[in-house]
Design a protein around this ligand. Structure first.
Ligand code: SF4
Length: 349
């Protein structure tokens, strides 16, 4: 089959300039390729958040956008949503999905950022790879209309994969985009997308992402606990939610225990100066971090939890070293390893 090379068939001046939301996945790639085929310049935006949407993260809602961009010759800009995304996770206007996911607010935020960027670079419209009816929460027609309106993009948001099932947009009406060359895909089947991928020679695209960490039950439980007990949440607090086992010792203290060497290294990387660090030296031991207010009782409970995960967990006591915050001081606690049945009451899972 002849592969269509979208950007190589028409050397003339681009007809228009679009800003595309690009996760690196199949649908958003196809949306871009359908426009490049019409000689429309595309600048792609790939969003990152503190909740698993980054390029290296295997749990990510996105994936590396660069191979496709390089192959087909369009620009990619990475944009981290940072504090803005944390704010909508704390207070979503449109509620949550099954877990802590805030998909409607998230789409509105990403589209609003894309609109601002479009205005800044004088582009003509915004493009997404959304398909009607593909995802129950975010891609039914009403939701598509709502997100478009809330993002201030009415008439200027083109979804090339479902375009023929939607009202014509301004770029179509203005003749910048030929509607006839767009698609009428709906539902969960990916048959047509796979046909298009073959036509375009698009290979090695990732399987559809299930979403960010906010769709994960365990992560959501840890996040809910953090938000309920912490007034001011730091990025390190959020990063630590992805690491180790978490135990709520009391309303103002929790301990995080590494499960493997990678966790231990990350716990050290995310440790803040006011955190107590715990480790049983000279035996097989995870790293632990006590977060929150530390007194004798919480330190001794934290040491008992850590002792349970050392190689000496069957000994009557384990010597746990506590590295104190904001100083080089350390002291030891002889801690009996916590019993599994007791841990069941405090583990956040
Ligand atoms: S799963 Fe929902 S909240 Fe998470 S990135 Fe996707 S749309 Fe946004």
């Amino acid at each position: 089959m002849n592969q269509q090379q979208p950007n190589s068939t028409n050397p003339t001046q681009p007809k228009a300039h679009a800003v595309a939301l690009f996760s690196g996945g199949l649908d958003s790639a196809l949306a871009i390729l359908l426009l490049l085929r019409q000689n429309i310049e595309v600048t792609a935006l790939t969003f990152m958040t503190h909740f698993g949407c980054d390029l290296q993260d295997r749990s990510s809602c996105g994936s590396n956008p660069y191979p496709t961009a390089e192959k087909y010759g369009f620009r990619v800009k990475l944009m981290h949503l940072g504090e803005k995304f944390v704010d909508i996770v704390k207070n979503p206007k449109y509620g949550r999905g099954k877990h802590m996911n805030v998909c409607t607010d998230c789409r509105i935020l990403m589209l609003s950022e894309a609109r601002e960027f479009m205005e800044m670079i004088n582009a003509d419209f915004v493009v997404t790879g959304e398909v009607i009816g593909q995802r129950p929460m975010s891609q039914v027609k009403d939701k598509l209309n709502l997100t478009e309106k809330e993002a201030g993009l009415r008439g200027r948001l083109l979804r090339p994969l479902s375009a023929k099932l939607l009202k014509p947009t301004e770029p179509e009406l203005a003749g910048l985009v030929d509607r006839e060359q767009l698609e009428s895909i709906s539902g969960r089947s990916r048959k047509r997308q796979l046909e298009l991928a073959e036509q375009f020679g698009l290979e090695d695209f990732p399987s559809p992402a299930s979403g960010c960490l906010l769709t994960d039950e365990g992560y959501s439980n840890r996040l809910r606990d953090l938000l309920a007990h912490t007034e001011s949440v730091s990025f390190n607090d959020l990063n630590l939610l992805r690491v180790g086992r978490h135990f709520r010792l009391n309303p103002s203290a929790k301990v995080v225990i590494g499960r493997n060497e990678q966790d231990n290294n990350l716990i050290d990387a995310y440790r803040e100066p006011h955190h107590h660090r715990l480790e049983a030296l000279d035996i097989g031991s995870p790293v632990g971090l006590l977060i929150g207010s530390a007194n004798k009782d919480t330190l001794s409970k934290a040491a008992m939890v850590l002792a349970r995960y050392t190689s000496a967990k069957h000994q009557p006591t384990v010597r746990v070293t506590v590295f104190e915050p904001n100083s080089d001081k350390q002291h030891d606690i002889e801690a009996p390893p916590a019993r599994d049945e007791d841990l069941q009451h405090v583990i956040i899972k």
